[in-house]
Design a protein around this ligand. Structure first.
Ligand SMILES: Cc1cc2nc3c(=O)[nH]c(=O)nc-3n(C[C@H](O)[C@H](O)[C@H](O)COP(=O)(O)O)c2cc1C
Length: 330
């Protein structure tokens, strides 16, 4: 059965690209979309930044037609500011708005935003209601199981946020206290999915990193779709690999060196187009080792790639990579 968020049709069992700060920008989203991501989100955007018209926050509002459907994710601690930020972000023309109630990092969660709202559900409900009322777009939420082991309240959160009008909920199977440690536990996500009161799509998130795990957890936890974050960094093929495995039970061949180089070049190209050549080249540096993870003796090339200052140099180095590994890893 096709999953629907408001009027957005996502097909059966959609795979979502997770919002990730400093990662899920338009260049990265481009390569994920090419490889099968069904829906994507921007990096989280500070509501305060949007209101102040800060350049960094504004830039994160950039979305492109080929990315649709795409959601803009915002976070904040002040309800009025969240309302105002929703109005500003909606004007950028996304397909939906998403609220971050999951971010565990101190600068966010200790300033009353992100996951800290899990400690004050009344405020979370009021904030969500304000956001829903401030836009014509569907609103989704991303959150965690709860603040810590003693307060895993996402079951209540799901019911109450549905009651104020959210159209889908993504749950990362960890508490705030866990940060990214331990193993994600999706059992509460299944409980919510089985709650007869819940009618909105429920997406599972946390630790999906292979087609087998995706297939197993799909069966085991009965979610409507999955959101994938870290496993897509430097490996956007994860989306098409999972889809292929769902369809056929067979593994798609791993990307060849030539494919890795091709996607890396596309990412770099998009990065330069969007950020300008200088910043584009600089910010691409963090991605090279991910694209070539597992390639033996790659260190020497990585060192060259992260110090190269021009696109010509980078292309030459990638040419050397192609030559060296063409036969070994074809
Ligand atoms: C580098 C990084 C940045 C992240 N930034 C965001 C963010 O901006 N908004 C958000 O909701 N979650 C953010 N997350 C959390 C991810 O969306 C996701 O919930 C988490 O990584 C677990 O999923 P995974 O195991 O598939 O990576 C971030 C995670 C990482 C690793």
């Amino acid at each position: 059965m096709s999953v629907q968020i408001g009027n957005i049709e996502l097909g059966e069992f959609p795979l979502l690209l997770a919002p990730m700060e400093d990662v899920s920008d338009p260049p990265f989203r481009y390569v994920c979309k090419q490889n099968g991501a069904d829906m994507m989100y921007t990096e989280f955007i500070s509501s305060e930044g949007l209101i102040r018209d800060a350049a960094k926050s504004r830039q994160k509002l950039d979305i492109f037609e080929y990315e649709r459907p795409i959601g803009i994710q915002i976070f904040g601690s002040d309800i009025d500011h969240m309302r105002e930020a929703t109005e500003i972000a909606s004007l950028a023309g996304p397909d939906l708005m998403d609220i971050n109630y999951g971010c565990p990092v101190k600068q966010v969660a200790c300033r009353g935003a992100g996951a800290s709202l899990l400690q004050d559900i009344d405020k979370m409900v009021a904030m969500t209601k304000a956001v829903v009322g401030a836009t014509h777009l569907p609103v989704t939420v991303k959150t965690r199981l709860g603040w810590d082991d003693n307060t895993k309240n996402v079951y209540e959160v799901a019911e109450r946020l549905q009651d104020v009008g959210i159209k889908a909920l993504t749950i990362h199977g960890r508490t705030r206290a866990q940060m990214y440690k331990g193993v994600a536990d999706w059992s509460m996500i299944r409980d919510i999915k089985k709650n007869p009161r819940i009618r909105i799509p429920i997406f599972g998130n946390g630790d999906i990193d292979s087609p087998e795990k995706a297939a197993e957890w799909r069966m085991q936890y009965e979610v409507d779709g999955m959101m994938i974050g870290r496993a897509a960094i430097g490996y956007p093929w994860i989306f098409r690999e999972i889809k292929h495995y769902f369809k056929t039970g067979q593994h798609l061949d791993k990307p060849t060196i030539a494919e890795r180089i091709e996607v890396c070049k596309t990412h770099l190209q998009k990065s330069m187009e969007w950020k300008g050549p200088r910043t584009g080249i600089f910010e691409m540096r963090r991605h090279y080792s991910n694209y070539f993870k597992g390639v033996p003796d790659f260190k020497e090339f990585r060192m060259k790639l992260v110090t190269a200052a021009t696109v010509e140099e980078i292309m030459d180095i990638l040419g050397e990579v192609a030559k060296k590994y063409a036969f070994e890893m074809a």
